[in-house]
Design a protein around this ligand. Structure first.
Ligand code: GLU
Length: 303
């Protein structure tokens, strides 16, 4: 039944492809066609349902922050919360004024400031952080070809003045330990992780299965850590768009300005969707609609 629902979705959301805007503040992303679309749902039981270009890679951007958080939760435990909060952000993901308003402490780990602070913590604990992240992601996807897209990282660095401002601002508050340039470089490379909807839906499946990867029974997170990460994704995964996202989707999820969204359906599946044109919160317009249709018709809500 899920395959019958999903295969109709590209046609249903096509009118929305031109309603958002591709993220051209990172020039390398601005070149991607807004007509691209893919959706893949990987079930805990092993089935996969799909529509569109599910094997085409796209830039994960902020979805990479979910993978960084797996390492941060495992490596740092509660120490993590010394540098970032667990509060909703009512401002844009790259707001600077919000950091000042709250005394230099990023509101949560998924705003740009929060994610930059997490990268700093990870670099402090592991000088080979970017390699560790790649090893984790390759293991979770089961795809050894997953890699960073250095041209996207370079493009973001060249035009990433706002993120640089955020990082220097955090440094001035004593939130960052490492050199600002090193933290920023690692953050841009992390955001440049590229993979397909197929890969993405597989990689996060443990989040729908109490922290255990159902493909090979590996424990990725303990049940408690898994509950925490799902909660963080539900509350903060779509920034100041989270209210609308939770109202329409009602499940944990993470967006990225590359146009991808990953959604966790506890106990059942992970849905990955990709459509590059974004709304004002940096979330894919057609992707969000596609998720809404699939969850509604598939009766996948948890409430
Ligand atoms: N690399 C992007 C930035 O820092 C990530 C934002 C996102 O995907 O939401 O602006």
């Amino acid at each position: 039944m899920y395959q019958a629902i999903i295969k109709e979705i590209p046609e249903q959301v096509r009118p929305l492809f031109n309603q958002g805007k591709v993220a051209d503040y990172i020039p390398a992303l601005g070149k991607v066609s807004p007509m691209k679309f893919a959706m893949a749902a990987k079930a805990v039981s092993g089935e996969i349902y799909y529509a569109g270009e599910v094997d085409e890679k796209f830039s994960l951007q902020s979805i990479s922050k979910a993978f960084a958080m797996i390492l941060a939760i495992r490596m740092l435990g509660d120490d993590l919360w010394q540098k970032v909060g667990r509060s909703l952000s009512a401002r844009a993901f790259n707001s600077i004024s919000q950091i000042e308003e709250y005394g230099g402490r990023p509101r949560n780990p998924f705003t740009n400031g929060g994610a930059i602070a997490i990268v700093d913590l990870l670099l402090t604990h592991d000088v080979h952080y970017l390699e560790s992240l790649l090893i984790l992601v390759r293991k979770l996807t089961g795809n050894r070809k997953i890699d960073y897209d250095r041209s996207v990282a370079k493009s973001e660095k060249e035009f990433g003045h706002r993120n640089a401002a955020i990082a220097y601002f955090l440094k001035s508050y004593g939130i960052l330990k490492n050199q600002v340039e090193d933290v920023l470089d690692a953050y841009f490379v992390q955001c440049s992780l590229a993979m397909s909807c197929n890969d993405l839906s597989r990689s996060l499946l443990f989040l729908a299965n109490r922290g255990v990867d159902p493909k090979n029974e590996t424990v990725v997170l303990t049940p408690q850590q898994n509950r925490h990460l799902n909660a963080l994704l539900m509350m903060f995964g779509t920034y100041d768009g989270a209210g609308d996202f939770v109202f329409r989707i009602g499940l944990p999820g993470k967006s990225g300005v590359g146009g991808g969204i990953a959604v966790i359906v506890p106990g059942k599946m992970v849905i990955a969707v990709w459509s590059p044109a974004l709304d004002e919160f940096g979330t894919s317009v057609a992707g969000l609609k596609a998720l809404e249709i699939f969850i509604e018709k598939g009766d996948l809500g948890i409430f």
